[in-house]
Write a protein that binds this ligand. Structure first.
Ligand code: PLP
Length: 365
């Protein structure tokens, strides 16, 4: 069977050229006579792959020199615990902006370690919008302010870095961002953050890795009971190889970074991402047949949930979409309906094919 356009939310579609390269390299990487996943993570060839991937990521995001880039395991979910363990220091509280399922989960995990002060929440709006932060002030007791830049399940995305007013004592807690599903999709200024983290399997590569980009001065305060593999300072000192990393995933994310660079970097992919999202939301908005529940200014460019007016047509929509070469459009079980995840690796052509299919389905239903 040929490859179809895959709208899965994660693990998600990868660039075709990256998969072709991996296939070519699969049995014999770089004339070593072995696969990249069969060699030691401490060998010179693998260290080169690892360091090149870090450098390419630094180039893509303009990561300042005073930030460490870590390639860790345990997923973004692991970091919901790893972050409080590493960053609380002498604090007993964090601030959190609750905008959907993932920031809710992050709050639950952080509550094992600290008091979680919800600065703002859109739970009452069923996470269909973003909170007004204009009069929100960080609390001086908090170690950091946590938020999720793109809520993968709900389809809500911050269009800019949130601006939180300084605390009463005129300090500003560091901003910590879960960017699992929109990192590398749009321009960001890394220096605005104390820490950025992202599971790989949405917009970076296959599952198995979580990226942590953390300012160096935050590495001195890990709780004594932090497991070594989650300890940022220890991992930083050991090039993220305190233990065996997922070497094949690391190699794959390296290929994706190279693909992004070769295609013009973040500025170029952001343009395509805007085109894709505009086309899909336009198709939804122009019909009475489909709808998207999210406030327009809060809509995600990466994850587009939509519902059919007549929900009894859901199964037929999914079946006919598959026949048209479009797969994995089922919505998350908590939200229902449909969801099209249109990350960096989804070509514009895939989204235009989906839009065409949706119009056709509407006409013929
Ligand atoms: C998928 C996702 C997670 C969880 O990632 P895992 O790698 O499965 O731990 C956390 N946050 C966001 C925003 C996600 O999209």
């Amino acid at each position: 069977m040929s490859r179809l356009f895959n709208f899965c939310a994660g693990p998600s579609t990868l660039p075709r050229s990256v998969l072709d390269q991996a296939q070519q390299d699969f049995l014999d990487w770089n004339n070593l006579g072995a696969s990249v996943m069969e060699i030691s993570h401490r060998s010179k060839p693998f260290i080169e792959i690892a360091q090149q991937a870090e450098q390419d990521l630094r180039d893509l995001l303009n990561v300042p020199d005073n930030y460490k880039v870590l390639f860790l395991q345990g997923g973004a979910y692991g970091q919901f615990s790893g972050i409080p363990l590493n960053l609380l220091g002498t604090h007993t509280q964090i601030d959190l902006i609750e905008t959907g399922t993932w920031s809710e989960k992050a709050a639950q995990c952080a509550a094992n370690y600290a008091k979680v002060n919800i600065l703002a929440t859109t739970a009452a709006q069923k996470y269909t919008t973003l909170p007004d932060l204009s009069n929100i002030q960080a609390s001086s007791e908090s170690a950091y302010v946590f938020y999720c830049s793109n809520e993968t399940i709900n389809g809500v995305e911050f269009q800019d870095t949130p601006v939180i007013l300084k605390c009463a004592n005129n300090t500003q807690p560091d901003l910590v961002a879960d960017m699992s599903s929109n990192i590398l999709s749009r321009k960001i200024n890394v220096a605005d953050y104390g820490l950025i983290f992202a599971g790989a399997q949405k917009n970076i590569g296959p599952s198995g890795l979580v990226l942590v980009i953390v300012r160096e001065d935050l590495l001195d305060r890990a709780h004594i009971h932090t497991p070594d593999v989650f300890n940022y300072a220890m991992q930083a000192q050991n090039g993220s190889m305190l233990n065996t990393p997922p070497t094949f995933s690391w190699y794959m994310v390296g290929l994706v970074f190279k693909w992004l660079k070769a295609n013009g970097g973040i500025a170029a992919i952001e343009k395509v991402n805007i085109q894709k999202a505009n086309a899909l939301y336009k198709t939804i908005d122009e019909s009475d047949f489909y709808s998207n529940p999210i406030a327009i200014e809060a809509r995600s460019r990466m994850n587009v949930p939509f519902i059919l007016k007549d929900e009894s047509l859901n199964a037929r929509f999914i079946a006919q979409a598959k026949d048209a070469g479009l797969i994995n459009l089922e919505g998350h079980r908590m939200v229902g309906g449909m969801r099209a995840s249109i990350y960096n690796a989804m070509p514009l052509d895939g989204v235009l094919t989906l839009c065409e299919f949706m119009r056709h389905f509407e006409k013929t239903s």
